[in-house]
Ligand binder design. Structure first.
Ligand SMILES: [Zn+2]
Length: 456
C-alpha cells in the first residue's frame, strides 16, 4: 500500500513536470524574434520591405506587416502558416498600395503555435515611426552646353527638388564606368535653392558610347534619372616622339624617386617606367583628391590667362611615344599644355581663385593648384619656387611662381592643366573669351529664363 502511494506521487510529479514544460511559459518562454532590415526611417514603395522572423521554440502561425497612418491601418503583408513547424521566415516584398505621404508607424506582428502559453500561443510586435515618401525627386534640366568636344568642358544647369533630398550628381557613363561630377548648389547665381550646376567632361574613349544623366536620390531611396542630351565631337590627336636618355633618367627620374622615397630598380629603364606609369598614376589620384572639394561660387572672371609670351611646345591629349635606345618603351597621353618662355619666367594666376595646393607632386615637380569655383581648377607644374601659400586668395594675373624644370621636365617650361572635379580638360577653351561666352555665360542666362517658366 505504501509502495503504491509513492508510485502515484511519482506519476503526479512527472505529469506536473510535463505540464510545466509543455503548457506553461515557465521554462520555454516566448521564442519569437523579429529583425527589420528595411524600412529604416523612411518608407518608399520602390524599396523592398525586408523582415527576418524566427522562433526558437515553436512554429510560426502568422506574420502581419502594416502601416498606421492618420489613424488608419494599411495592410501591407499577411501570411498564415498551416504547417505548424516552420521556425524561420524571411519577408521580402514591395508594395503597390497607394500610400499617404508623411509620418506613419511601421508595425510587424507575429503569432506562433507554442503550447507553452497555456495553449494560447505567443505573440510579438515591433513598431517604430517612419516617414512615408513614395515621391521621387523632381528634376528639370534647365540648360546644357549642347555640343561639346571630347575632353572639352561641358555644363548642365538643372532644377532638383525633394523634401528629403539625399544626393544629386551628374554621371557620364563610358566604357562600363560612370564618372561622377558634383552638382553644386547655385542659389547665389539663380536666387533659387533648388538650382544646381554641374561642370563635366568626356574622357577619351575607344567605344565612344557616352551617356550623360542627372541622378537625384531621396532618403527613402526614390531615384530620378534625367538624360542630358549632349552631342560630342572628337578631337584630333597629335602624336609626338620623345627620346629618353640615360642622362635624363639619372638627372630627372632619380630625383623624383628620391623625393618620393621610391627605392631604385635594377635598371635605369625600369626606373623610368616605374615613374612614368606608377608614380604618374599616383599623382593623378592625388590631384583628383585635391580637386574633390570646390567652393560653390564662380570666382573666375573672363578668359583664363596663358603664360605670357610663351610658345606652345605640347598640347592637350598629345599621344606621346617614349623611345629608349631606339625602342618604343611606353605610350602616354599628355593631359595639359606645355608653355615655354624665357628661363625662370614669371607665372601668373590664370584667373581669380583660392590656392588649394602648393608643394611637390611627383612628375609635376613643384606644383600649384588653384580652385576657381564649382569644380574648376588650374594646375601649374615644374615650378621653381612658390610666391603664394595654400588658402590664399589670388587675383587673375598675380605672379604666383617662377618656371623651372622640377619633376619630369626636359627643359624650363610651365606645364598647365585645367581640371573639372579633378578630371583633366582641354585648357584651350578656357583661354578663349568667345567659348566662355557661348558655352558658359549664355547657358547660365538661358537657364535663368527657363527657371522663370518653371516657377509659374
Ligand atoms: Zn607637360
Amino acid at each position: 500500500m505504501r509502495k503504491g502511494r509513492v508510485l502515484l506521487l511519482l506519476i503526479i510529479l512527472v505529469a506536473l513536470a510535463y505540464a510545466i514544460y509543455h503548457y506553461t511559459p515557465l521554462i520555454k518562454g516566448n521564442g519569437i524574434n523579429i529583425v527589420v532590415e528595411s524600412p529604416k526611417g523612411y518608407f518608399s514603395a520602390n524599396k523592398p520591405v525586408i523582415v527576418h522572423v524566427n522562433d526558437r521554440f515553436a512554429g510560426i502561425k502568422s506574420i502581419d506587416v502594416k502601416l498606421i497612418a492618420m489613424n488608419t491601418e494599411i495592410e501591407l503583408f499577411k501570411k498564415t502558416f498551416s504547417d505548424r513547424f516552420i521556425k524561420r521566415f524571411d519577408v521580402d516584398f514591395k508594395t503597390n498600395k497607394i500610400l499617404p505621404q508623411g509620418n506613419a508607424t511601421f508595425v510587424v506582428e507575429v503569432e506562433d503555435y507554442s503550447t507553452n502559453n497555456y495553449l494560447n500561443g505567443f505573440t510579438k510586435q515591433i513598431s517604430f515611426p517612419v516617414i512615408i515618401d513614395t515621391t521621387p525627386p523632381q528634376v528639370i534640366l534647365l540648360s546644357g552646353t549642347g555640343r561639346v568636344a571630347v575632353s572639352g568642358t561641358s555644363l548642365a544647369v538643372f532644377y532638383a527638388k525633394d523634401d528629403n533630398l539625399k544626393d544629386v550628381y551628374l554621371g557620364v557613363s563610358h566604357d562600363g564606368v560612370i564618372d561622377r561630377f558634383k552638382a553644386y548648389n547655385a542659389e547665389n547665381i539663380f536666387g533659387n535653392k533648388h538650382v544646381y550646376i554641374s561642370f563635366f567632361t568626356y574622357p577619351l574613349s575607344k567605344l565612344k558610347n557616352y551617356s550623360t544623366n542627372i541622378y537625384a536620390l531621396d532618403k527613402a531611396g526614390n531615384l530620378t534619372v534625367v538624360h542630358v542630351p549632349v552631342y560630342y565631337s572628337s578631337w584630333k590627336l597629335k602624336k609626338s616622339k620623345i627620346n629618353i636618355t640615360d642622362a635624363f633618367i639619372r638627372d630627372k627620374v632619380l630625383a623624383i624617386m628620391q623625393k618620393e622615397n621610391i627605392p631604385q630598380k635594377e635598371t635605369l629603364l625600369a626606373d623610368f617606367l616605374y615613374v612614368n606609369r606608377v608614380e604618374r598614376a599616383r599623382d593623378t589620384k592625388r590631384i583628383r583628391q585635391i580637386c574633390s572639394n570646390s567652393i560653390d561660387k564662380i570666382l573666375w572672371k573672363g578668359r583664363f590667362l596663358q603664360l605670357r609670351d610663351s610658345e606652345v611646345t605640347a598640347t592637350f591629349n598629345d599621344e606621346r611615344f617614349y623611345y629608349y635606345k631606339g625602342k618604343l618603351v611606353d605610350i602616354k597621353y599628355h593631359k595639359g599644355y606645355d608653355l615655354a618662355s624665357v628661363r625662370n619666367a614669371k607665372v601668373q594666376a590664370a584667373n581669380n581663385g583660392i590656392v588649394v595646393f602648393e608643394g611637390y607632386l611627383g612628375v609635376y615637380g613643384n606644383t600649384i593648384i588653384i580652385d576657381h569655383g564649382f569644380g574648376i581648377f588650374s594646375l601649374y607644374g615644374h615650378l621653381q619656387s612658390f610666391l603664394v601659400k595654400k588658402g590664399e586668395f589670388v587675383r587673375k594675373g598675380q605672379i604666383i611662381a617662377i618656371t623651372d624644370t622640377t619633376g619630369l621636365a626636359g627643359g624650363d617650361h610651365l606645364h598647365f592643366d585645367v581640371l573639372v572635379d579633378g578630371y583633366y580638360v582641354n585648357p584651350i577653351e578656357w583661354w578663349d573669351p568667345h567659348w566662355i561666352k557661348t558655352h558658359i555665360l549664355e547657358v547660365i542666362s538661358e537657364s535663368k529664363t527657363r527657371l522663370s517658366l518653371v516657377n509659374q
